[in-house]
Design a protein around this ligand. Structure first.
Ligand code: ATP
Ligand code: MG
Ligand code: FE
Length: 345
């Protein structure tokens, strides 16, 4: 089936088109720049930006796929998790389209979309797989036995998301927003062993209840404290060392827990997703540790890792191919939609 996917859960307005497992178009418009001076995504601004960007993004996607609306067999849309108002813009547009072209609609889970995107590069999803999703809004470790029938949440962050930690620490270091790429740049030439920053929820006592959970707020505070102490003592601040050491702490804890999940569940695969996957050290360390344990590491192209409509279209196509009934027109947005709800009827 030819499926058009709409994604508006955060600051990316994404429209993607797939035919089965084949990617036809993936157009993304981001309101990132408009949030820069606030140091994080402002929900109201994001929602308004979606409203303005949706139509042009849709037109571009159709043009890129060389299709018109009458060629679309179904619409898929993210209905959660994400920012309520932002989600509603995409949902409203998707419902209107579905009614206008008289085609079924599928309300799908954003996080499962990040996992399912793999089919666009490799055909069928290889299962079981562990998936580590790391972005500005999420840090989740999933055990996927079957993309549409069996996705289990192993753990998640109990405070800040990984990307959020990058953004907040960048602010402490007086770097620009978004913080991830800035910290990657600042870390060049820095010594990752210069400062031993804390690895959240990694002590033996955490292993029972929080083996697969993450915590980054302590790390953020530790960096802020480090800078503060240096400043009161009038000592020079080595930004490269701090950035490299902070990045090392994040990458270490993410990869350690993801690899543990693979080993504990005897799963020989690890799939990464989310904007933080752009991080150089995370990619390097994940490859190193996966190689050491004979785990196959899958990192989708960056344009498919960050939020996009193609992953939503791909998940819609998977549901259709599995014979799932479409959603009704009555679903709403659910900012805390659990990962176990792949489709909302
Ligand atoms: P959601 O959480 O709903 O998926 P999001 O918009 O927060 O949405 P993305 O757009 O996938 O997520 O990712 C943005 C985040 O990724 C930001 O927090 C940004 O700092 C982080 N990021 C981007 N590049 C890097 C990098 N090189 N290293 C670390 N983090 C990065
Ligand atoms: Mg984003
Ligand atoms: Fe996302």
């Amino acid at each position: 089936p030819v499926v058009l996917g709409i994604e508006t859960s955060c600051d990316e307005t994404g429209v993607g088109i797939v035919r089965g497992n084949t990617l036809l178009a993936n157009i993304i418009s981001s309101s990132m720049d408009e949030h820069a001076r606030f140091g994080g995504v402002v929900p109201e601004i994001a929602a308004r930006a979606h409203l303005e960007a949706l139509k042009p993004t849709l037109d571009q996607a159709l043009a890129k796929a060389n299709l018109s609306l009458k060629d679309i067999d179904a619409i898929a849309v993210t209905n959660g998790p994400g920012l309520g108002g932002a989600l509603m813009v995409g949902i409203g547009a998707a419902k209107a389209l579905s009614v206008a072209i008289e085609k079924p609609i599928y309300a799908v889970n954003h996080l499962v979309g990040h996992v399912g995107v793999d089919v666009l590069e490799r055909g069928e999803l290889q299962t079981p797989t562990v998936a580590l999703l790391v972005s500005g809004g999420h840090t989740s470790l999933l055990l996927v036995r079957d993309l549409i029938n069996d996705v289990e949440l192993l753990g998640e962050t109990i405070d800040d998301a990984a990307g959020e930690a990058f953004d907040k620490v960048a602010r402490v270091l007086r770097l620009k927003y978004p913080g991830g790429p800035e910290i990657d740049k600042a870390a060049i030439g820095g010594d990752p062993k210069a400062i031993r920053f804390p690895r959240g929820l990694s002590l033996p006592k955490d292993m029972e209840k929080h083996r697969y959970d993450f915590s980054f707020s302590g790390l953020k505070t530790a960096v802020a404290r480090w800078v503060e102490v240096a400043e009161t003592k009038d000592e020079p601040i080595n930004v490269a060392d701090i950035a490299a050491s902070f990045r090392e702490a994040v990458a270490d804890v993410l990869v350690t827990k993801a690899v543990n999940a693979c080993l504990d569940h005897k799963v020989p695969r690890l799939l990464l997703g989310g904007g933080v996957v752009a991080n150089k050290r995370l990619r390097e360390l994940a490859q190193e540790r996966c190689d050491a344990h004979g785990i196959e590491l899958r990192i989708p192209a960056l344009s498919l890792c960050t939020d996009n409509g193609a992953m939503i279209a791909a998940l819609g196509a998977q549901l259709i191919m599995a014979g799932r009934a479409p959603s009704s027109l009555h679903f709403g947005s659910d900012s805390t939609l659990p990962v176990t709800t792949v489709q909302t009827l």
